[in-house]
Design a protein around this ligand. Structure first.
Ligand SMILES: Nc1ncnc2c1ncn2[C@@H]1O[C@H](COP(=O)(O)OP(=O)(O)OP(=O)(O)O)[C@@H](O)[C@H]1O
Ligand SMILES: [Mg+2]
Length: 467
């Protein structure tokens, strides 16, 4: 569950959201606090300034202190109401109270005494009611000496505003958190929808439905390459499944002919008593069918081992000319009985290869040259060096292969119809040849003209050019 992309996205976005939201709310809170206190400050500082300038004007009409009493007595509005939350107080430079606002003296209260400089100081102190007030104290020079003017405003309204803001944030927090979580959930669900669709489609594809494909055009841009790669993979899987099925059905088909021959000889021979010669003839026929059977089975075994790469090529320095010479010597006798000459030419070339595998390659190719030849024909085998390759050319003067069949003769079990009628074979020879050559990092080329002959060219990397 914790491996789910959706869950991870939701958790990470909520964590991010919580950090951003908290940061934003804290900034807003402190800004608001600053602005609210700023309002109070500007009020109390202008009150102090006004009182001081009034005092300066009044000083010219008489003695300062009696004038200050007069100013105080004339205080109006909230300054005149007892403990209203708005206060002022005037002190001598020693901190002795000269006078204060009716809001204070009516309750026999006073503001905390602060001795400031000429630039003034702001404080938050406990007011006469015990609740916090903002206090501004500033010293002014008069002809009669230095006096300190103080003005204080209650912070009740400011604190109320701030606490309402705090409450609002605390209430909004879980709500916004929930809405944000829900939003991320919906968005991720929508965003991951194509992936879910893709996985559903993939889930529908089973072994029996390998021909189905995921419609990549329905996928979003991000998932489309994945769907396309999946389709390509499915295509090669289907191809290889089909090949396996085809191989199995072709193999069974090929094995059926000799098995049917053996079975019918058994049935016919055992249907009545036979002479010794008849038994001998039947067993000989059955023997050749068994030979054919074991030949096919061996070839199937070789090709399936090559496919599954269970046969390790024993790579070592091999003299190609020597291998080809051995093959030619082995096949010359059989070729001569068919009136076909095998002519070998060329030079010594060494490759890094598997001697047995290469023997199999050249045996198959020279054998084909003899098998699909005409009486009196010839097979020319030449070994040469061409660039970085050893090149073995097997050219025959045989029946040739049509252009259409040239593309198919390397397929497993494929035999040209005319060959099927006139010769015995499994159709696996060239498939084995091309697999072995590919495993050596080489290549095989075919040129053929029907009725004129065929040329197979084997290119094998020379020693030193094989990794
Ligand atoms: N040199 C050739 N000339 C004409 N046709 C050829 C030649 N070599 C191969 N073919 C055609 O290609 C088919 C496949 O050849 P391949 O060697 O794979 O099988 P095969 O010779 O029929 O049987 P196997 O080699 O397994 O005994 C042959 O049946 C034949 O029709
Ligand atoms: Mg063959």
């Amino acid at each position: 569950m914790f491996n789910s992309i959706k869950l991870k996205l939701i958790i990470w976005s909520l964590v991010l959201f919580a950090l951003v939201f908290t940061g934003l709310e804290l900034t807003l809170y402190y800004k608001l606090e600053g602005v609210a206190i700023g309002f109070v400050d500007s009020h109390i500082s202008s009150e102090v300034g006004m009182l001081a300038s009034l005092a300066a004007t009044e000083e010219k009409h008489g003695q300062l202190e009696p004038e200050l009493y007069e100013i105080t007595g004339a205080a109006s509005g909230e300054y005149a109401d007892m403990l209203s939350g708005r206060y002022f107080q005037i002190l001598t430079h020693d901190g002795e109270i000269v006078t204060n606002s009716p809001s204070l003296y009516l309750a026999d209260a006073m503001l905390p005494i602060v001795i400031p400089g000429a630039e003034g100081v702001y404080d938050i102190v406990d007011g006469p009611t015990g609740r916090p007030i903002r206090l501004f104290s500033k010293a002014f020079e008069f002809e009669a000496g230095t006096y300190i003017f103080q003005a204080g405003d209650t912070l009740d309204d400011t604190n109320l505003l701030l606490s309402s803001f705090r409450k609002m944030i605390l209430m909004a927090y879980p709500l916004v958190f929930f809405v944000c979580g829900l939003g991320v959930f919906i968005v991720t669900r929508l965003a991951l929808g194509p992936l879910r669709l893709f996985s559903e489609k993939v889930g529908e594809i089973t072994e029996e439905k390998l021909d189905e494909r995921v419609d990549a055009s329905l996928m979003c841009t991000e998932v489309r390459p994945l769907a396309e790669s999946f389709n390509v993979m499915l295509g090669s899987l289907e191809n290889s499944f089909d090949k396996q099925k085809q191989f199995l059905s072709d193999a069974s088909h090929e094995l059926r002919t000799p098995t049917t021959i053996i079975k019918s000889y058994c049935d016919i021979t055992l249907s009545r008593n036979r002479t010794e010669e008849e038994y001998r003839a039947a067993i000989t026929k059955m023997g050749s069918a068994v030979n054919r059977l074991s030949e096919i089975i061996n070839r199937i075994l070789v090709i399936s081992r090559l496919d599954s790469k269970t046969v390790q090529l024993k790579l070592r320095e091999v003299d190609v000319f020597g291998v080809v010479q051995d093959v030619v010597n082995l096949l010359t006798g059989a070729a001569e009985t068919k009136g076909i000459d095998i002519i070998l030419s060329g030079t010594e070339v060494s490759v890094c290869g598997d001697k047995e595998g290469l023997t199999e390659v050249f045996t198959n190719l020279v054998e084909n040259g003899v098998k699909y030849n005409k009486s009196g024909g010839r097979v020319d085998v030449s070994v040469a060096k061409e660039g970085e390759n050893a090149v073995v050319v097997i050219r025959d003067t045989g029946i040739g292969i049509t252009t259409e069949d040239q593309a198919k003769v390397f397929d497993r079990f494929y035999r040209v119809d005319t060959s099927r009628e006139q010769t015995v074979g499994s159709g696996l020879g060239l498939a084995i040849v091309s697999s072995i050559i590919a495993a050596h990092g080489g290549r095989l080329e075919l040129e053929s003209t029907e009725g004129v002959g065929s040329t197979f060219k084997v290119y094998l990397p020379e020693i030193g050019s094989v990794a």
